[in-house]
Design a protein. Structure first.
Length: 239
């Protein structure tokens, strides 16, 4: 299994925290968010790690060195995660796990995803308090029926965590759709748009967090929550 980490964005919503630093290099305990992700991947048996970089990419390369391989997104300022993954398409033909570089998560979440019987699946946090900012997911019988920030909270069962696995067959279906979207000019869109486009005709399943701690870092308050609440819970649950 190969991992692709999407780390090209400039993270402007974090303000001064990311003026000169990618948010994946912000500290969490004695390591960066990205270091925690890489360690989680390695602890789950994934050592082939590809980083799609853009903003301040030299800092990421300096931080990770030869532990990862790199693909540059020179258009990071005008594109989004769907385009970043499209740039990594030749790396992903045989199946892969894709992660957003701003997700802080318990390593057992990744283990649950990898060990699930479903060849193509994403991790979902089932909860009722969903708003405009969450990437909401509608699930029926563990199958993803819809995924979008625009999805009505009343229709959704939970939130997309930002860690997804695809089998070789699933990768082909996904990249056929991404190729179609990118060729049509859809480059400044979140990757889940492609999931939304394929889930009506291809089985993409949901794997629950089962209450294991995680969070996504979008705003300064998210980072504060990660440092004060989520990371300590991860340490406690891992001990």
């Amino acid at each position: 299994m190969k991992a692709i980490i999407l780390a090209a964005g400039s993270s402007k919503r974090l303000g001064k925290l990311t003026e000169h630093t990618p948010k994946c290099l912000l500290s969490l305990g004695d390591k960066t968010i990205l270091q925690h992700q890489i360690e989680n991947l390695i602890s789950n048996g994934i050592r082939d790690i590809v980083l799609v970089t853009g903003f301040c990419e030299e800092l990421i390369k300096q931080a990770c060195g030869s532990a990862c391989r790199y693909i540059s997104n020179p258009l990071f300022a005008t594109t989004n995660s769907i385009y970043s993954l499209w740039l990594a398409r030749e790396e992903a033909r045989e199946g892969f796990v894709v992660l957003n570089s701003d997700v802080v998560f318990h390593p057992q979440l990744l283990a649950r995803l990898l060990n699930s019987p479903y060849p193509d699946a994403l991790i979902i946090s089932y909860h009722a308090s969903l708003g405009d900012e969450e990437m909401k997911v509608k699930v029926q019988s563990e199958r993803v029926c819809a995924i979008s920030k625009e999805l009505s909270p009343e229709e959704a069962q939970g939130e997309n965590v930002g860690i997804v696995k695809f089998s070789p067959r699933g990768a082909r279906v996904l990249f056929d759709k991404i190729e179609e979207l990118v060729s049509g000019g859809t480059v400044n869109a979140w990757l889940p748009l492609a999931f939304q486009k394929i889930c009506s005709h291809y089985n993409l399943f949901a794997v629950s967090t089962d209450g294991l701690p995680w969070t996504e870092i979008d705003f300064p308050e998210d980072l504060e929550k990660a440092r004060k609440e989520i990371y300590p819970r991860i340490l406690t649950a891992s001990s």
